[in-house]
Design a protein around this ligand. Structure first.
Ligand SMILES: Nc1ncnc2c1ncn2[C@@H]1O[C@H](COP(=O)(O)OP(=O)(O)OP(=O)(O)O)[C@@H](O)[C@H]1O
Length: 238
């Protein structure tokens, strides 16, 4: 993995276009996106359904390959990157999705520990210690050996946050993390993400339709029909 240049933005997107499909079915879904996100910033991306938010998030996360323009993540260009380079890039990120994606056959502790198994050079006892510590931090120290089926929606999402953050990633990407939660659980979950991210100095890019959580952002960007139409410093944060 190339050395990370700390002077660069965590995420730097220039003139990014994206298309789905081929031939007559080819459809442009992102148009000339320009966005710079500094290390440690919390940015919320919002906008109507179908405006391209998830597509942009998956490109930033290296979950699909960028076709045109420039997409630099932690100093690495992902546009035109090989699948091996994308796999490497994905190791630097934590992901939190609406449907938490926990493994039903693994306990909370095992789900979190699994995220450390991809990291080189961590012993099994250290994996266990770090996984327990972060589960305690998210208020689940008493649920370490519970299976997802026996946890509430908010608790499952907190396990997902612990799993995303246990490896101390530089970037966390979240897609509708509060969509399946009631108002209070949703609020608790994003405040927890904000607290842990600030402690670890990590950058968060979060897609949401949930207006109730906009105030946790340092900056809000607004997508419409594949265009980034507004980029505002959050008036209400901090
Ligand atoms: N795999 C795909 N193949 C073809 N078209 C796609 C694919 N994924 C998304 N699209 C299209 O790209 C456009 C942007 O979709 P995207 O999911 O990025 O929007 P979104 O803003 O995240 O929407 P939502 O808020 O509903 O999740 C939509 O027109 C969608 O139909």
């Amino acid at each position: 993995m190339p050395t990370i240049n700390t002077n660069e933005c965590a995420i730097s997107i220039q003139n990014l276009d994206h298309y789905f499909g081929n031939g007559q079915l080819r459809k442009q879904v992102l148009f000339n996106i320009n966005l710079e996100i500094n290390a440690g910033e919390i940015v919320i991306m919002t906008g109507p359904s179908g405006s391209g938010k998830t597509t942009l998030l998956t490109l930033v996360g290296g979950l699909r390959s960028a076709q045109s323009g420039s997409l630099r993540i932690l100093g690495n260009e992902l546009c035109g990157a090989s699948s091996k380079q994308l796999t490497q890039a994905r190791r630097n990120h934590g992901y939190i999705f609406q449907a938490h994606n926990l493994h039903g056959s693994l306990t909370a502790l095992q789900n979190v520990r699994m995220a450390l198994e991809l990291q080189p050079g961590i012993s099994i006892p250290e994996m266990l210690t770090r996984s327990k510590e972060i589960l305690e931090e998210v208020g689940l120290g008493h649920r370490l050996n519970y299976y997802p089926d026996n946890l509430s929606g908010g608790q499952k999402q907190r396990v997902a946050i612990a799993r995303a953050l246990v490896s101390q990633p530089k970037i966390v990407l979240a897609d509708e993390p509060t969509a399946a939660l009631d108002k209070q659980s949703g609020r608790d979950v994003v405040e927890l993400m904000q607290k842990l991210a600030k402690e670890q100095g990590c950058t968060i890019l979060l897609v949401t339709h949930d207006n109730r959580i906009l105030d946790i952002a340092d900056r809000i960007v607004y997508m419409e029909d594949g265009h980034l139409v507004k980029d505002t410093v959050s008036a209400v944060s901090h």
